[in-house]
Ligand binder design. Structure first.
Ligand SMILES: [Zn+2]
Length: 686
């Protein structure tokens, strides 16, 4: 499903946004507090040589990947539990008759339609024939732009660029219409431009996949191949002008505010008036053109490419967009491609795909039920307390920093104390009463109606309107967290407030190393290389003295240099610039959470286990490593290196900890250990 929102930088704790929940209420005084599971460790390895292996080596050895997994670990265990809980919530509606038009009927129908492979296989690609015929009937370029905009309003992605609405980064209380680069079936430009072995394999699989999709809707092999080549040629042109992941992190390079008239003058190759009108936008004055160069290339593509090739492009987007919701031969083709990309060897079972679909499109409705069942009020209170402790700790560290002037410190403290904190679930829930999901329509038609419902809802709420700072950018059942710079907000959904991130029966040192670092990570995003350019109200405004900013840049460059040396897979290293914001997040998160734990310790407010094997600081770092330890497919790691702004899991432990002085003390790490960094090469930021 296409989203009409182009979010400004929203910094999460991980790339995979799963969905999960808390099964037990948090207990203030658990009867039995446990420490760290020693049986997970490999103590034959020195902590200073490979901390992931030391802390979790036995667990990793005993948990090889299943065929349907590309990664595992604590996060995936929680994710799988979450999927089962969500499926249970859905099944109460899908297994019994529901009143027509009720929320239960909508959820149940959607789930059952996805599960009904007999019907889907009988319908084949019939559900998308009408859209394909609309494309084939187009007579000229002008009509092409209008028809593709009409289709995209209903969830297709035929337009070669994105349009949406989100906060104006320089006037953050107002929304602005945004236009951004897009159009690449492979998502990231590197897949079109790089030539290493895995990228070549992905490209070949992509071409085979596209050819297969054309044959599945009735084209002969030669025509299918020719059409797939034409689509690739268009995408390659756009890719060559598209911004890299590193360029996309430069908040000034991606902001070009102009009037609607200027847009029409400067980008005359796109029929903006028609595009926005049929997409459902009301008239508006100004627009943010995120990436001008790829948009200019789209203008050229629309003018220079033969109309037949343009039609092939739109046809392919329609077919691939619905591949998982039609007959199984389409899904099989999609999986063959994605298994080359990620290394997954066996497709997800149908119930998981159906659960994810319903959770994806009806996430708010599911989230409300989820919180009622799995997230008691006491949890909210306990986590809020933790967040306050972390805020105090960060405030102390800012005060004590030797590299900032009093002037900049005061600004930083002001920003910190003005964080909007969101925990668990939103105060208001989305209204689905006007949404119609009917069993008389195919699954694809229902999904198109749902997309249109969300498109119109979003535009009505946001275009020409002030920013609603109470809006949540994640559903409550999501196992993730975020910082949003334009609202200066940190958000921790109910899904992540669950063991092992937050385990009410665990030693506090472990919890501070897990959920504590997650909270500190999001807070640090408010002060990372992007976040530090926004003020307490969410406006992009420089509140730094020149000397302090230069100092900050020098200190964060230490992280860029170090992470750039970490080799991950296929001889490829971490992209230190692309992952800088996240590495600042982990670095700050570790320092802040440890400080908060030490504060609580001094005040006598910690719950401790009677485990004698480890010191409290050791438990803190072991708890941290346990969160990120995982086995991974090589292809999956390669994919993350290309696409993900986070460092790979292994580097989030073995790359982040060598910058923390207390880790050296806790485990007696010394010069000569493989992970050892001399003091001057350790980042000292937040
Ligand atoms: Zn993050």
């Amino acid at each position: 499903m296409k989203s009409t929102t182009i979010l400004s930088a929203c910094c999460t704790v991980m790339m995979l946004a799963g969905n999960m929940g808390a099964e037990k209420a948090f207990a203030q005084q658990p009867t039995k507090v446990h420490g760290y599971a020693k049986e997970n460790m490999n103590t034959a390895v020195k902590p200073g040589d490979n901390f992931v292996e030391y802390a979790t080596g036995a667990w990793l050895k005993n948990h090889p990947l299943r065929d349907d997994q590309v990664t595992n670990g604590a996060f995936m265990d929680l994710y799988e539990q979450n999927q089962k809980q969500i499926q249970e919530l859905i099944l109460q509606f899908s297994t019994t008759p529901q009143q027509k038009g009720s929320l239960g009927q909508k959820i149940g129908t959607l789930y059952n339609q996805m599960m009904d492979s007999v019907r889907r296989n009988k319908e084949g690609f019939q559900p998308i024939v009408k859209n394909l015929e609309r494309i084939r009937a187009i007579k000229d370029r002008k009509e092409y732009q209008r028809v593709t905009a009409e289709l995209d309003r209903r969830g297709e992605s035929t337009m070669m660029y994105g349009i949406g609405v989100s906060a104006d980064q320089r006037q953050a209380d107002r929304n602005i219409v945004g236009i951004g680069q897009g159009g690449l079936g492979l998502g990231t430009r590197d897949y079109y431009l790089n030539d290493d072995a895995q990228t070549q394999a992905v490209r070949k699989a992509y071409m085979d996949y596209n050819t297969k999709l054309f044959t599945l809707v009735g084209y002969d092999e030669a025509t299918a191949k020719q059409k797939a080549d034409a689509v690739y040629a268009i995408e390659k042109r756009i890719a060559e002008k598209s911004y890299s992941r590193v360029q996309l992190r430069d908040i000034n390079a991606n902001y070009h505010k102009m009037s609607f008239d200027e847009l029409c003058e400067q980008f005359p190759g796109i029929d903006w008036t028609t595009v926005f009108w049929v997409s459902g936008f009301p008239a508006f004055d100004s627009v943010d053109m995120g990436q001008p160069e790829p948009l200019h290339e789209v203008e050229k593509v629309l003018a220079e490419t033969s109309i037949d090739d343009l039609k092939s492009y739109a046809e392919l987007r329609i077919i691939s967009g619905s591949a998982s919701y039609m007959s199984d031969d389409f899904r099989k083709a999609a999986f063959a491609f994605s298994s080359v990309l990620s290394g997954q060897q066996q497709d997800d079972p149908l119930w998981k795909r159906a659960t994810n679909l319903v959770n994806g499109v009806m996430g708010n409705a599911i989230g409300k039920m989820y919180c009622e069942k799995y997230f008691p009020e006491s949890s909210k209170k306990r986590v809020l307390e933790l967040v306050r402790n972390l805020q105090v700790a960060l405030g102390q560290r800012i005060n004590e920093a030797t590299w900032m002037s009093a002037e900049t410190k005061a600004q930083a403290q002001d920003k910190l104390s003005n964080f909007i904190v969101k925990i668990g679930y939103p105060d208001k829930w989305k209204d689905y009463s006007k949404l119609d999901i009917s069993d008389s329509l195919s699954l694809c038609e229902n999904l198109a109606n749902i997309s249109e419902f969300f498109t119109i809802d979003e535009l009505q709420r946001k275009v020409n309107k002030p920013v609603d700072k109470t809006e949540w950018l994640m559903t409550p059942q999501t196992i993730n967290a975020y910082y949003n710079p334009t609202t200066n907000e940190i958000c921790f959904p109910a899904g992540i407030l669950q063991a092992p991130f937050f385990d009410p029966t665990a030693d506090d040192a472990i919890n501070y190393g897990a959920i504590g670092v997650v909270i500190g990570h999001e807070m640090s995003h408010g002060f990372d290389d992007q976040g530090c350019q926004f003020d307490k109200t969410g406006n992009q405004r420089n509140w730094w003295t020149a000397a302090d900013k230069a100092n900050f840049d020098k200190r964060t460059a230490v992280l860029v240099d170090h992470f750039s040396t970490i080799e991950v897979v296929n001889g490829k290293k971490v992209n230190g610039k692309m992952t800088l914001g996240e590495n600042i997040g982990d670095n700050g998160g570790l320092n802040i959470a440890l400080r908060a734990y030490h504060n609580a310790q001094k005040e006598g407010h910690v719950i401790s286990s009677d485990q004698k094997d480890f010191t409290a600081d050791q438990l803190f770092f072991l708890g941290y490593a346990r969160i990120w330890a995982s086995n991974n497919r090589e292809q999956y790691m390669d994919m993350l290196l290309t696409q993900d702004v986070h460092s790979p899991n292994m580097a989030r432990v073995n790359g982040a900890l060598p910058h923390i002085d207390a880790w050296y003390q806790a485990f007696g790490v010394k010069k000569g250990n493989r992970l050892f960094l001399p003091k001057k090469k350790r980042a000292q930021v937040w």
